[in-house]
Every structure is written in structure tokens, then in C-alpha cells.
Ligand binder design. Sequence first.
Ligand code: ADE
Ligand code: ZN
Length: 328
Amino acid sequence: MTRQPKLELHHHLEGAAPPAFIRGLAKEKHLDISGIFDAAGNYQYKDFADFLRVYEAATQTLKTPEDYHRLTLAVLEESAKSGVIYCETFLSPDFCGGRDVGAWQDYVAAIRDAAQMAEAQMGITLRGIVTAIRHFGPDKARQTAICAAETAGDFIVGFGLAGDERAGQPADFAWGFDCAHEAGLHLTAHAGEWGGPESVRAVLRDLRVERIGHGVRAIEDLALVDELAESGTVLEVCPGSNIALGLYPNLRAHPIAQLYARGVKLTVSTDDPPFFHTTMTREYENLHEAFDWDEGVFDGFAQTALDAAFCDVDTKAELRKKLETSHA
Ligand code: ADE
Ligand code: ZN
């Protein structure tokens, strides 16, 4: 499973920060964030709201483009160990320069430089999806969209919405999505994680997204499931995240197998791997164990991810070659 080439479309850069890396930065900067770790040194949180608080506390140690350069290398090294050949990661101008366009450009340059080093050294390709944070509100999301539009290109390829799905309505964020779309960015949004089917319908209708982050609670409305299958809308499913955050008690109770059986296009991702004690390899192994899915199913997820990836056609062609040679 480790060596099988994997493409990951739903991944938060700060959420992938190894705890030891964040502790190291905190020490260098004389910051006390010890409260976010348990005795074993892992991130600790009680529920989703607390998870967001811990996540945001960890970002307090990431203060410069150089910090993000180091973070990107550390994170990609972990992903490459799981056989990930392509990753789209969520990047937030909120944490990278406080939504100032000039500062944001410096952060993007640093992350991109680290991504190029990782590609040369480890054969993993990274692209960025600029992400507004829903509970920070629509004003900040508009500023975030302007940052996204100013850096749209071959590295920044998408725009998204993360954070607490229970805050506000998707329509509140439509200006930002329109702005990003006009700049040529692809669109995705978290929905159907903490909200039900109506939340999924709303991001499709009001934000015109191509993919949905999570989307698993669409299962509560089978007519919606059939619409997703017919339209070919891709769900970025993160089973380990959903279980760690208490959405479902275990994989058998998780709707991934039902969604798959009803013909919904889906991919598998880790979301925030160290927070959820997961890796891409572990996600695959757990799914294999729970549903007896074979290599063909996982190859299908990789192919779906390749088709739905937001990168340009040349990058896709390179990735396709890598997938094919792995089967030769
Ligand atoms: N930000 C990081 N992980 C997230 C998740 N699972 N849902 C919403 N926002 C997030
Ligand atoms: Zn997410």
C-alpha cells in the first residue's frame, strides 16, 4: 500500500504540520503553546470547535515566509513517505501575512520554492488552493479572494472555503468565489461535514464549486447522492478525519462505501494528518481492512483525483505517466 502512487486533493498545510516541528518553532520563538499538546506530544482537542482553536494556536508559531518554507519541506517529506506523488494543499492568507497582498506574495514564493525543492528531491508535486475561513466571516473572505486572484497561476490553482460550516451561509461568500473564478481559479468548498445535504446543495448552487470538501453527509438525501453521481461532482473524502472528529464512530458506519456503490466520484485524503493520527497509507490500509477493497479500487481513486486535479494539462500528463509506469 505504501508504494502505490497516491494523489491527495484535500490537505491543509498547517494542519499537516508535525507536532514536533511546531514545538521546535515555538521554542525558537519563546512561545508557550504547550497546552495544545498531550503528554505524548500529540495535538489534543475535545471536539471540532476545539480542534479549530488548537489549529489556530499552532499557526501562531508560523510567522515568516521562511517558517512556511521549512513547514512545506517537512510536510512534503511525510507525504512522500506515503507514496503521494501529487498533493493539493489549502493555504490561508489569514495565517500568511494577515491577508496583505504583498506579504501573501512573499509567502507563496517561499512555499513554491520549497515545493520545487521537494519535487526535485522526492518526486512529489505540490499545488496550492487559497482558502477562506468561513468562521472568520465574508469580509476577510473577500480580502482572501483578492490575494488568491493576485497569485493565480500554475502554482496557485484553486480557491476554497474551510473552517466552521455552521457559520453563515455559502451565499455570503459568493463575491469571493466569483472573483476567484474570474481570475481563472478552480473552486471547491468544505460542505456536508458539519452541515447536512442542504449545505452541499448550497455550495453547488451559490458558489458553483467543481468539487466538494468532505460532502459525505449528502448520504442523508439519496436524491442528492444521485445528482452528485450524475453530474460527476467529485467528493474529497477524508474518512480518518471524520472519525477522529466524531462524525462517525468507525469506518463501517462511514458513508464512503455507500457513496461509492451509488456511483459518486470520490477521492481519499487525510485533511490534517497528524491531528487525526493518519497518513495516506494508513487511510488506504484502513479502507482495505474495512471493505476488502483491492488495488483496482484505489487505482480508481487515484485516477479520479488526477481527472479532478486543478493543475494544468502538462502537469496532469506527467502524473499520468507516473501512474502508468507504476503498473508497468
Ligand atoms: N480546517 C482544517 N481542517 C478542517 C476540517 N476538517 N473542516 C473544516 N475546516 C478545516
Ligand atoms: Zn479540510
